[in-house]
Design a protein. Sequence first.
Length: 290
Amino acid sequence: MKKNNVAIVGNATGDDASVLNNMLSAEGMSGLYTITLYGADGQPEQDALKDAVDDCLDEEIDIDSIVCLPLTQAPHKAVRHALADDSATILPVMICDETRYITVGQEDITKKAALLEQCLKRDLCILMPRIAIISSDDEQADTIKEIQEKGNSFFGPFSDEMLESEEVRAFDAFIIIENKDNKAEEQIKKLLDDKAPVTLLTGIAPSVVATEPSNIYDALALATEVARNRISYDLPLKNPLQKLFVEKKEDGDKARFAKKKGGFDPAAHKRENTTYNTKARGEEDIQEKS
């Protein structure tokens, strides 16, 4: 089995450094991962992150994914700067075991909902995801309806109380729409039993996971899983099979589906180069045969 080459970005100190050192020296970890540290020698974190991103995108350098330790800047903003693309749309997806959720504002719901759906399919290999929309704001009803019309993966809207019921098990992810009275984030924390989730940054080419050092094992597993799932998802789409037939006319599908259903159309079944003798047989023909 090929080792997973992971870049860890961040300068861990104190207890965090001891956790990281214990992980690197663990007997089982050395057989699964080849880990490269960026920024451990006092290099500025932004420079270290940029080097890690560049190495991950460089095909000649064998880096599969990136794990970010706590940064002074928000992870999605730091990665956007490292990519030197301020227009890049990076969606932080919070993941803890089977619970996945995002928190969105009032204006960018539609775009982030599409990114989350793509993340579940491409990054986490959930081909038919079920996504619950948590909102207690009636003003977002039209936006939510528009999202549901674009895809079959979205359900709701549900109130915050749904997170306390057994219905949460029926969904693969949650979209929490922020507002003043929304207590969904507090209920999500209860749902996680106060476990710290890891953050998957989707919408970009590198497989990047941000985490606390205490969750480094979960982060490594998730970053590796995402990198492998993307390869499996993208590979069949690179060289799709060509059609084994050629339509005789342009827009053949349109012409086929434009046919009227029901009833017999004589013009459609008319045979060419065929003549019919419609003349009635006379008495002479009948006597000859008899």
